[in-house]
Ligand binder design. Structure first.
Ligand code: BJW
Ligand code: ZN
Length: 271
């Protein structure tokens, strides 16, 4: 752990985590910054170079699907070339080893899922000496992905929704991917501004009502309704532990706010 992280804060956070029966972990783009992915806001954030309204809205897709797919093609390549970092892996292990842990992420990069899958393969049941599939053990408790996933698509016309890892050819509108069922244009399975979040947010809020602690990692906590998950935990009597190099709107509500990078701090909390 690096020197500037407050050791008393880490100790206090560890105590709170060990006393908590149920923990909701809420993550944002900052947890993947240590894997080399850009965050959205801040000095090097994606929204500094690209205007959100031109790319991450249903209106933008209706206006210029090729441009939006080109941007998501770049994002998919960036995410696919990264690896889960020590924070993703520590949280995946935490969720495997302890009951009552729910990981809720705003991220669309799939790195929490990949961390859980890596651990599932790493940890065959004792004595059996075989590789286990991710859905055979507790690693199947995959994160709730509030804002969707870069590697899933959904149809713009019918209900079809499926995994899609192949490269996207966004050189022209007629090379964009189309639906297997109805041949209409597919879109990224991402929640854009102004769109509802679906069932994942309902589950997250009901877990939040019961959680003893919310561990918030690497989010600016400005995008709703995700940011309210932590405040719901607080209002229902639970506490907040925050990990972020910068203060956020949640800092004043947190029992402990640790200033540092996720990959440095998170393993020391849940390891
Ligand atoms: C580190 C680190 C390291 C750096 N370690 N940390 C006015 C007021 C309130 C709300 C609204 C409003 N106007 C509009 C709204 C609603 C809107 C909203 O919240 N807007 C705000 C921006 C104002 N929300 C919506 O539109 C949502 N839908 C909705 O409300 O629907 C209502 C509805 C109901 C019923 C029917 C119809 C509609 C949808 C929100 C979708 C968000 N989607 C995005 C883009 C996805 C596209 C894509 O990925 O391409 O999701 S926005 C973007 O922000 C992305 C993220 O998931 C999300 C959150 O960002 P995050 O993760 O917090 O990242 P950053 O960059 O902000 O912060 C990174 C943090 O990491 C920083 O704090 C750093 O310090 C830290 N960090 N290095 C740890 N090493
Ligand atoms: Zn279709």
């Amino acid at each position: 752990m690096s020197d500037e992280i407050d050791p008393q804060g880490v100790e206090h956070a560890r105590e709170l985590l060990s006393e908590a029966g149920t923990v909701l972990v809420l993550t944002g783009a900052g947890i993947s910054a240590d894997s080399g992915l850009a965050t959205f806001r801040g000095a090097d954030g994606l929204w500094r170079n690209y205007r959100a309204q031109e790319l991450a809205t249903p209106e933008a897709f209706a206006r210029d699907p090729r441009l939006v797919w080109e941007w998501y093609g770049m994002r998919r390549e960036a995410a696919a070339s990264c690896e889960p970092n020590a924070a993703h892996l520590a949280l995946a292990r935490f969720a495997i080893e302890r009951d009552g842990i729910t990981i809720v992420t705003q991220n669309v990069d799939g790195l929490h899922t990949r961390a859980a899958e890596m651990l599932a393969v790493e940890q065959p049941p004792a004595g059996e000496g075989r590789v286990v599939r991710a859905d055979e053990n507790k690693a199947a408790r995959l994160p709730l992905e509030l804002h969707g996933c870069l590697f899933r698509v959904r149809c713009t016309q019918c209900e079809a929704r499926y995994g899609h890892r192949e490269p996207i050819d966004a050189s022209a509108v007629n090379t964009l991917p189309t639906c297997r069922s109805c041949s209409s244009m597919l879109r990224p399975d991402i929640v854009w501004f102004g769109e509802p979040l679906g069932q994942a947010i309902e589950i997250a809020f009901s877990v939040a009502q019961e959680a003893d602690l919310c561990l918030v990692v690497g989010t600016s906590a400005v995008v709703q309704p995700a940011a309210s998950i932590a405040t719901v935990v607080r209002q229902a009597g639970g506490s907040i532990v925050e990990v972020n190099p910068e203060p956020t709107p949640l800092t004043s509500l947190a029992a402990v706010s640790l200033r540092g990078g996720a990959a440095d701090v998170v393993p020391s909390l849940v390891g």
